[in-house]
Ligand binder design. Sequence first.
Ligand code: SAH
Length: 347
Amino acid sequence: MTDLKSLLPEELEAYMSVLGEPKFRAKQIFSWLTKGVRDFDEMTNLPAALREKLRAGASISSLRLLRRRESEKDGTVKYLWELGDGNAVETVVMRYSHGATVCISTQVGCRMGCAFCASTIGGLVRSLVPSEMLDEVLYSQSDYGEAISNIVLMGIGEPLDNFKNVVKFLRLVNRPEGLNIGMRHISLSTCGLPEGIAALAAEDLSLTLAISLHAPDDETRSKLMPANRGVGVRALEQACRDYFAATGRRITFEYAMIDGVNDSEAQASALAALARRTRAHVNLIPLNHVEERPFSPSGPGRMRAFCAVLDKAGTNYTVRRSLGGDVDASCGQLRRKREREERSAGQ
Ligand code: SAH
């Protein structure tokens, strides 16, 4: 079966010619798919014979809602969706002043092994295909009842470990005849794989690249993020400089403040120097506590001392507002909860 929602308009055109249909049908189908139709019969401007041909050889991917939790504090909505094969992924919709932002997952699980993250605990199950990522946007948008204006790839999974599918998804949502979400309204967050960063620069997408840095020194970073081992902060820095040189787009360093691990003043200085050399913006994030993990967020005192160093160094930084804390909105937590509940139900 051809996975229709994973096809770009020109690929749909090629598919139409295989079916012996005129090209313009591709545009109509693409537009229906972007509207989130769930059955070929909803494509009312297609002849019945074409709808039958499509039904015979192609499929329209879909998601099933497993859970929906809405924050009472800030209206953040978190969805747990079941994919066609029974796996589950999380999507979060957040409200910012500039519009509704959807945070999507790119893989089922993750193999990067970050020590503070819930998404990686069960390892990688599989990568998502473009239609599944597109469905996260379409289904969440439809439930949320408002057009999504921004997309962040910061849910479960490592986007650069699913490079081809992620790039295709970005091109699909970017199409003017589709969701028409501008690249400047899209952020991709990575644990920092230099080859992936170089490949992304070559795609010339003008999206915002966020690097989960979390430590400026190899000793701490390799402890927290196994993906740093054998790569090192130096190589990551070089990849960031090359990315900036190639794209002219400023990188963001995400930095989750972890009590007694990465929040010393010496680390703040090293972070400030690294940010200056790479011309990066720093985004400090209060660590979300994850039940299975031994880390705690830095307290206000340490946070203040850390920020004071950044201020003095003239670092360009912000402290991220934390949304959805009451709905387990940080990555992987709802999926983990379901897995734990299923295991205890089965005992
Ligand atoms: N794999 C990608 C994107 C997914 S994670 C990446 O590593 O960037 C999205 C962001 O949430 C990353 O910056 C990640 O490091 C961070 N994160 C993961 N667990 C967290 C936690 N418990 N508290 C705060 N941030 C966390």
